[in-house]
Design a protein around this ligand. Sequence first.
Ligand SMILES: O=P(O)(O)OC[C@H]1O[C@](O)(CO)[C@@H](O)[C@@H]1O
Length: 438
Amino acid sequence: MALQQSIDLALDTNIGGGGLPQAALDEALGLVDQAMKRLAEDDSSGRLPLLHMPRTSDDLASIREAAAFLRDDATDVVFLGTGGSSLGGQTLAQLKDYAVPGAGRFTESPRVHFLDNLDPITFDRILHKLPLSSTKFVSISKSGGTGETLMQTIAVLTALEKAGLRAHPKDVFLGLSEPRKAGARNALRDLLEPEEVRFLEHHTGIGGRYSVLTNVGLLPAAVLGLDIAAIRQGAAEAYEPFRNGAAAKDAPAALGAALNVAAAKSGKGIAVAMAYADRMERFTRWWVQLWAESIGKDGHGTQPVAAIGPVDQHSQLQLYLAGPNDKLFTVLTTGVAGKGPLMDERLAKRAGEPGFGAKRIGDLVAAQGRATADTLARNGRPTRQIHVETLNERAVGELLMHFMLETILAGYALGVDPFDQPAVEEGKILAKQYLAQG
Ligand SMILES: O=P(O)(O)OC[C@H]1O[C@](O)(CO)[C@@H](O)[C@@H]1O
């Protein structure tokens, strides 16, 4: 197990009155113990296919084969899709420097792009800059009906046509969506199937924000040459205590769920995840969707906030330490001590920081992650610490599964359905009405 979790700095016994009372945690653990029974039934009945994903391997060959098609002769691979149809892939791609400030510009071929936000200027620019004759595209939408993804796909087909490349969309496009349902439209399939574009099937029993371990997340990971089997193995590690029938307090994801439930019931209405790694920035955004859409309903929910360190020490930390004590913090760190450029002693002295001499950048980042958690605790702010020594496929797989399990269990314990998102439909319908009105 790569993931180490400590909730010591979250409890009032250790950090004083601002912390969570042990009694609140005990009560939440009782609720999560019940939730775990439900989860075990979900597993044995097959009701939650996500729980079987870590042990599944028979689909990996087809994912690798689709990835090989995308890589073949391609300078660029563009993933179209939004929310859960993009953020999981982005999270994994960050292991290969995707969207890492600075480093992301130097990624190897094929360059991978995730166009998850709909912005006319961005889309125009990228369509003009992409070498269309050597670019492959993947349109991902579970429902097949998401307006943003449909518009992106239409725009790309049109651009291919303008570039005289329209004759062969099937050679440059893949679709990924649910199979057609009797009596219902799948607009993405309606759009691409007449062009003979091949579709990979989106798992019907796994919603977008839980789909990172399926072909939705693993396809981009495979395009980037990541070890997709190791991602699943890592996920299996997170699930192992549940398969072994552990009590909530002994299963890290269940303990995390209980902590969040205790926080929610103790008036901590905000959950902050602050990761001390550039390569976890997309992970924090993936988690924001996971938590917000799963828990925010029926008047329940805590507000997820994503932060990364050390940069957000210089923007958000003041509020975290001295603003309202209404938050539960999760500080995520990796084993960066001893890594990165070495500080020349002479130059460190000249900069007035002799303590930097002979230290590495990673030494400071490691010290900062620790100092932030301790400072939050000293100021009575409940703080959980999660550490993974090496951020690789296995560790990210474990983190992803940990947070999915934590979210499902928290939803069950709070009495909300963690798998739907009915409220977002209203705005989508209204937007289409406004579009039609002009
Ligand atoms: O994969 P789809 O069906 O295009 O949906 C994209 C996203 O939109 C939502 O349905 C919310 O509008 C998310 O739950 C989902 O991840």
